[in-house]
Design a protein around this ligand. Structure first.
Ligand code: 5AD
Ligand code: SF4
Length: 460
């Protein structure tokens, strides 16, 4: 329905968009889809029907780029057979490699960075005249605040809402500040309006997205001073409250929190509103303060553990997930063991784990030697993964016997007799349907679990 409403007069052209990497990219693809459907393009999911294939790419680790390159090579073959097919690269890899993708490798027709999507219709016109087109300008202002994203997650229940763009943190391993530019926040009014509209059209859950949501600020400068006395100021805790007040039946999630910036205010706001989910993604990266210093993360192990204590004190039911990198520059055995010991202390419910991948232009690339051998990076990663799977399983086991509110997201892939959804803590729950349907809130008594999933039955 949303799609129909937004579609401009058809120009007969179809595009397919594939998203790689983080949730922000998936959210950006919905903005791109909105910009193109406004201009008369229509969306297709069938590769052979597409006149234009867009890959919204990730540059965070080398293997993410490799995946995209493989896909581009495949599409190059397709272009040989279908001379009118155009291929574009969007997102972080476009920003990182710029026209290199056009000049050196001749894999694509179009290269567009994350702040230039409004220019896509013009660029596509250029491409149609046989030229190659590039726009990788980064902006200090662009937030696409006025664009009503075309929702591509077909469940009609959960949606991403981008609240800010870019990142000013300069973690030494990270390419994001170079590919997504300076941090800027979107106005609270447009965010609240988007959430209100989503709820009115049947959505029951929004996830507020930013690289570091805790540094969200509206009408406040980087030193904490008010910019315009006549305008309202909002920090992340304030924004969270505004969104929670849209409706008590609209669940609110957010990602990603930053340990150096996460305040008790945010935690108190979470505790105050039932509909703000009890789940925080709080990437630690390493459990050793010297490594954290080299990573330029802006906190120590002790500071992180203090933030964890605050979470446990203020929201005892809260689930916590993390990101961990093994084998960062100079990481010795002792430093690595600190990551394992921190994991044992926190016992994360869930974790995303990676071995370090050096990225061009980053502080780490310029300053430190990438000196941990690949095999050691990988064996440390295996250790971390094994430990986390114990903790993950312990987390699901702890929930057996509890009755939890679950938002139904759809029919289970494994069995048409079962629905699946998530509890507040973000764990997937599977249960016999009875008469529940997508978008309903149901009470589920958890009866059993696997390391990553809960199984139960609707009660009450
Ligand atoms: N190598 C490995 N992992 C990385 N991440 C970011 N940059 C790198 C890199 N160069 C991880 C971090 C971050 C997550 C999104 O990706 O853990 O939190
Ligand atoms: Fe990268 Fe650090 Fe910004 Fe996250 S906070 S996007 S890891 S620079």
């Amino acid at each position: 329905m949303e799609k129909e409403k937004l579609k401009g007069v058809s120009n007969g052209k179809k595009f397919l968009i594939e998203s790689y990497g983080c949730q922000m990219n998936f959210s950006d693809s919905e903005i791109v889809a909105s910009i193109l459907t406004e201009k008369g393009f229509s969306i297709t999911k069938v590769e052979d029907d597409a006149d234009l294939i867009l890959l919204n790419t990730c540059a965070i680790r080398d293997n993410a780029e490799q995946r995209v390159r493989n896909r581009l090579t495949h599409l190059k073959g397709k272009k040989k057979r279908n001379k009118t097919l155009k291929v574009g690269v969007l997102g972080c890899m476009a920003e990182r490699l710029k026209s290199k993708l056009l000049d050196e490798e001749k894999l694509v027709d179009l290269v567009v960075g994350p702040d230039a999507y409004r220019d896509l219709p013009n660029l596509i016109e250029e491409v149609e005249t046989g030229q190659k087109a590039v726009n990788v300008l980064l902006s200090r202002e662009e937030t696409y605040a006025d664009i009503n994203p075309v929702r591509m997650n077909q469940d009609g229940v959960t949606a991403f809402v981008s609240i800010m763009r870019g990142c000013d943190n300069m973690c030494s391993f990270c390419v994001v500040p170079f590919t997504r530019g300076r941090e800027r926040s979107r106005s609270p009014e447009t965010i609240v309006k988007e959430c209100t509209d989503l709820f009115a059209s049947g959505y029951k859950e929004v996830t507020l997205l930013g690289q570091n949501v805790d540094s969200y600020r509206w009408n406040i400068d980087s030193k904490g001073n008010i910019k315009n006395e006549n305008e309202e100021t909002t920090n992340f805790a304030g924004l969270l409250e505004k969104v929670a007040l849209v409706d008590k039946n609209l669940r609110v999630r957010f990602s990603t929190s930053h340990p150096k910036d996460m305040t008790d205010d945010v935690l108190h706001t979470m505790a105050k509103y039932e509909n703000i989910c009890n789940y925080i993604h709080l990437p630690v990266q390493s459990g050793n303060s010297d490594v954290l210093k080299r990573m330029n993360r802006g906190y120590t192990r002790e500071w992180y553990l203090d933030r964890m204590k605050a979470i446990r004190r203020i929201i005892p039911e809260c689930a916590v997930s993390t990101d961990i990198i093994t084998g960062f520059c100079g990481e010795n055995e002792e430093e690595f063991n600190d990551t394992l010991s921190l994991m044992k202390e926190v016992k994360y419910d869930f974790a995303y784990m990676f071995f370090y991948s050096e990225r061009p232009k980053t502080l780490a690339e310029r300053k430190f030697e990438d000196d941990v051998p690949l095999e050691l990076k990988k064996s440390r990663l295996t250790e971390v993964i094994n430990l986390q799977s114990e903790h993950g399983h312990a987390s699901t086991k702890r929930q057996v016997g509890l009755t939890q509110e679950v938002l139904v997201e759809g029919v289970s892939k494994r069995s048409s007799e079962h629905n699946y959804g998530r509890n507040s803590q973000n764990a997937v729950v599977i249960f016999p349907k009875q008469d529940s349907k997508r978008g309903d809130y149901v009470q589920v008594k958890i009866q059993s679990c696997t390391p990553a999933t809960l199984m139960g039955e609707i009660v009450g």
